[in-house]
Design a protein around this ligand. Structure first.
Ligand code: PLP
Length: 221
C-alpha cells in the first residue's frame, strides 16, 4: 500500500518495516482471494463464525490468519485450531485455554496483548500498568509465543492527540521489549490514523476500509 510506504518515508523508517494486516471482516472470500493474488497474505478477522467460513473456503492458499476481535472463552478451541495470531488477549484465562487447546502439530500461536491505552471503561484491553504482569504470566505458557501488543485508541480530535496517544503506546512497547526480547510486534493504526501510528513505531497496521472500501454490512463492535 502506498500510504504505508509514504508514512514510512516521512517517519524515516526503512521500507517494509511496517506490515499490512488486511482486515477482511464483512468482505467475502472472493475479495480475499483477489488480494492474495496481488501478494497480500495476512488477513485479520473479528467474528469467529464468519472467519471460519472464509478460512475453510481459502484453505488452498498459504494465508496467515489473525484474530483481532474480543475472545470469548467458549470460542478459544476454534481460534486455537484455525488462527496463526491473536491480537486481542487481555485475560490470563483466555490465554490458558488457547495454550491448552493449540493443536500439537501446529507452531505456537502468536499472541499480542491488547492494552486499553486511554483507560476507557467500555473498551477491552488491560490497563497499561498491568501489561508486564500479564506478559510475564503468558510468557510461561507452552504453545503460545508472546509477540507484542495491540492498541485501539479512543477517537482523537486532532493529529497532535493521535501522536500523543500513540507515543504512549510506543513507550510501553519499548518497556515490554526490554523484558521480553522476542517481542517484535506493535499492532497499531487503522485506516484513519495509520500515518501517525507509523510515526510512533507501529510495526503492523490493521487496515479495512482504506483497502476494501466502506463496509456496508453493519458490524458490532
Ligand atoms: C475493523 C477493525 C480494523 C480496521 O478498521 P478500518 O477503520 O476499517 O481500517 C482494525 N482493527 C480492529 C480491531 C478492527 O475491529
Amino acid at each position: 500500500m502506498n500510504i504505508i510506504k509514504m508514512a514510512e518515508q516521512q517517519a524515516q523508517r526503512p521500507t517494509n518495516s511496517v506490515q499490512l494486516l488486511a482486515v477482511s471482516k464483512t468482505w467475502p472470500a472472493s475479495r480475499i482471494r483477489q488480494l492474495a493474488a496481488a501478494g497480500q497474505m495476512r488477513f485479520g478477522e473479528n467474528y469467529l463464525q464468519e472467519a471460519l467460513e472464509k478460512i475453510l473456503a481459502l484453505q488452498d492458499l498459504p494465508l496467515e490468519w489473525h484474530f483481532i476481535g474480543p475472545v470469548q472463552s467458549n470460542k478459544t478451541r476454534d481460534i486455537a485450531a484455525h488462527f496463526d495470531w491473536v491480537h486481542s488477549i487481555d485475560r490470563m484465562k483466555v490465554a490458558q485455554r488457547l495454550a491448552a487447546q493449540r493443536p500439537a502439530e501446529l507452531p505456537p500461536l502468536n499472541i499480542c496483548l491488547q492494552v486499553n491505552l486511554d483507560q476507557e471503561a467500555t473498551k477491552a484491553g488491560i490497563m497499561p500498568d498491568m501489561l508486564l504482569e500479564l506478559a510475564q504470566a503468558i510468557n510461561q505458557l507452552q504453545n503460545l509465543c508472546l509477540r507484542g501488543m495491540m492498541v485501539i485508541p479512543a477517537i482523537a480530535e486532532t493529529k497532535a492527540q493521535q501522536l500523543e496517544t500513540f507515543g504512549r503506546a510506543q513507550q510501553l512497547f519499548e518497556l515490554l521489549k526490554t523484558h521480553h526480547p522476542q517481542v517484535d510486534t506493535l499492532s497499531m493504526g487503522m485506516s484513519a490514523d495509520l500515518a501517525s501510528a507509523i510515526t510512533k513505531g507501529s510495526t503492523m497496521v490493521r487496515v479495512g476500509t482504506a483497502l476494501f472500501g466502506e463496509r456496508h454490512t453493519p458490524t458490532k463492535q
